[in-house]
Design a protein around this ligand. Structure first.
Ligand SMILES: Nc1ncnc2c1ncn2[C@@H]1O[C@H](COP(=O)(O)OP(=O)(O)OP(=O)(O)O)[C@@H](O)[C@H]1O
Length: 307
């Protein structure tokens, strides 16, 4: 478990992380989202003692990370995969990391196998591609078989097979009861991987809820309906706050009314219904709505530039 209370980081007058409280629970994948500069990396760095909080506290497994006697065995960390510029081979790099924790050749070979690095284990890390470096970073995080994993952008630079592999891996780690905190800017990937989401904006928590709740709460829920008499259906369900939009494909999108009420009303009136689908939109839609006012570095639309 990771537990933050009033966690704050200021750089001079700039507040990167603004007094946040959160708990990352074991047994599920918690996604950490937010626009560039929102404070995700700073928070992760504070969790693992690489940055000192200006105020507040954060603990991993009940105590500050710095006080851990065997950090690799407690917390696996992937923060900046590009940071490894070792002249060593991948195998030697992992062996050297493990040496301080009594982790030997057998476990090193195991994590090399788990991360698909067998064919490059004898190559120098310096020459690794972004994707290979990412896999090596994940191998290093897994080395001590830790109960807590903190992975900053683990799918960055991976090919589709690699992206799917990370998804399966982290879901498996959470299913084993581990605590997994994962950041990514890939919303479709996050929607498939995470159970819980913490969304940051300008150093504050905008949302901390299950993925489904974040999506439905932010986007609202609409119901797509196909019938042979849309006008009649609209009259049947008309009421306070009910809106009906006719779509180009002949279907209708209704909001402010439940699928049960639509189905019951149509059945009672003998009106045939060909489709009744609850639509709650994508995580990307929800994320963009949530963070619309929080984006620090926004690209300018071509029309605005042309003006
Ligand atoms: N060492 C530092 N000195 C000064 N300011 C910093 C430092 N590190 C981070 N910041 C600032 O703190 C804020 C949060 O940065 P952080 O890297 O934590 O954001 P992030 O959410 O990880 O962004 P990204 O998605 O781009 O990785 C930014 O405004 C950044 O400029």
């Amino acid at each position: 478990m990771i537990h933050a209370r009033g966690l704050t980081k200021r750089y001079g007058t700039r507040t990167a992380v603004d007094g946040i409280d959160f708990t990352v629970e074991p047994g599920r994948v918690t996604g950490f989202l937010g626009p560039n500069g929102a404070g995700k990396s700073t928070t992760m760095r504070m969790i693992v003692g690489l940055d000192r909080p200006t105020a507040g506290t954060v603990t991993v497994g009940g105590h500050p990370y710095r006080s851990s006697a065997a950090p690799l065995r407690e917390v696996g960390v992937l923060l900046d995969a590009k940071a490894v510029h070792s002249g060593r081979t991948a195998y030697k790099h992992l062996l050297a990391m493990g040496a301080t924790h009594g982790i030997g050749k057998e476990r090193v070979r195991e994590v090399i196998g788990m991360t698909g690095l067998e064919s490059v284990a004898g190559k120098r890390v310096k020459g690794f591609s972004l994707g290979m470096g990412q896999r090596l970073g994940i191998a290093a995080a897994l080395l001590g078989d830790p109960g807590i994993l903190i992975l900053d952008e683990p799918v960055n630079g991976l090919d589709p097979e690699g992206v799917r592999w990370v998804r399966t891996l982290v879901r498996g780690l959470a299913a084993e009861g581990r605590t997994v905190l994962l950041s990514s800017h890939l919303m479709s990937e996050m929607a498939q991987t995470a159970d819980q989401l913490i969304v940051l904006g300008r150093g504050r928590i905008l949302e901390d809820a299950p993925v489904g709740d974040v999506i439905s709460r932010t986007n609202g829920t609409t119901v797509r309906v196909r019938t042979n008499d849309l006008g009649r259906l609209a009259a049947l369900v008309a009421g306070d706050g009910v809106t009906v939009n006719r779509e180009a494909d002949g279907s209708a999108t209704l909001s402010g009314v439940t699928p049960e009420r639509i189905g019951d009303s149509a059945a009672a009136a003998g009106l045939p219904i060909y489709e009744l689908t609850v639509v709650s939109g994508s995580l990307e839609d929800a994320y963009l709505t949530l963070t619309a006012d929080e984006v620090e570095y926004r690209s300018t639309a071509a029309e605005e530039i042309a003006r």
